[in-house]
Design a protein around this ligand. Sequence first.
Ligand code: GDP
Length: 440
Amino acid sequence: AMFEGLSEKLQATFKRLKGKGKLTEADVNEAMREVRVALLEADVNFKVVKDLIAKIKERAVGQEVLESLTPGQHVIKIVNEEMVAMMGGSESKLAISSKPPTVVMLVGLQGAGKTTHGAKLANMLKKQGKHPLLVACDIYRPAAIKQLQVLGEQIKVPVFSLGQENPVKIAGESLDYAGKNGHDTVIIDTAGRLHINEELMGELEDIKAVVQPHEILLVVDAMTGQDAVNVAETFNSKLALSGVILSKLDGDTRGGAAISVRSVTGCPIKYAGVGEKMDALEVFYPDRMVSRILGMGDVLTLIEKAQNAFDDKKAKELEEKIRKQELTLDDFLDQINQLRKMGSLSSVLEMIPGIGKQLKDVQIDDKEFARVEAMIQSMTVEERTRPAVIKDSRKKRIARGSGTSVQDVGKLIKQYEQTKKMMKQMSGLPGMGGPPKSGK
Ligand code: GDP
């Protein structure tokens, strides 16, 4: 999985920290030593690690932390905040020109995923209601133009190409074409090379001069770790990048590039590629990434998924019921079905703080859901609304009706009671009173 080793090591360190009632300066130093080793092993740039540790230490050995009631939590919070700050804080949006078209130039080494990401980005923008145009300026790699055309067809975005014509000329003419055909965004796929060389940089500078892009995004392969960071530095010094697209993050088990690119180059990571398919592109959120690494759960992603899965009216009704403590087994079934819509239960639970790790090797059986559903459907309306009436003889009947055992029915009722209790507690927490609010 993504960043697995780093995540496990940091979480082990944090667990030890949390386990201590009081922290001494030596405890903090020891924890920071472990954090440093974990980051270096994840291939994070050593200077970045050094600065980060210095900043965390400075804050973590303060009196306020050492004397607080939960010093371990305090330190973890500081690590989280400093890592997020180092990675650029919140997400960096794509610049949109007030005078269309917005011109996005994609650059990068061969094989980094430039062509794929040009198409992925066009696909994402199209879904947001934009009218992108893809431009084929990689005239050297024989299959590149064809590849872009195939992808363009797949996502139904037109591709502007003049064959093997001079790339500077193609880029320039594509803007006229976009203007005449109502395209508000132009995405230019440029040529790559196996290594950085003068000729390539010269060509990219010429294209830049002609199209005056609003964005120059470098596509780098996350799996190449520190090499990706070095490539970003070089491209940035020649072209003044506006951002980075980190490709192949799905295959990145270490995380070095994702963590250090911003800090070394000053360029924000704007998007991450997480697969070969056209929809495998994500806006890069440093804060969410860090929570994931630190095992704090990607609660925001979860909420966003929930927003897509939950229907607003139902959520409001549920909130009301929880408040009045009227949750029935029918609601319980509804809840489970809503959860299922969010994806496999294990993938959902993985995002909840503290649960992810325990579940790593647990297989959650979808059949279990079907059994729960069958049991609830074998109950009378009264039993569903007031499960307290379900005593032994009723349990037997329900078990028979649903092809389960009395123990299964007992277990379900217990789970329902627990859920009810948990929801009652949750509704008492600030901001947890109800369904996720939409918008930002
Ligand atoms: P280019 O030479 O920079 O244009 O690179 P391509 O767009 O042709 O991509 C090179 C290879 O990487 C292709 O096989 C892509 O399918 C693959 N690829 C691109 N992005 C991703 C990604 O985010 N995840 C994975 N797993 N593969 C990717």
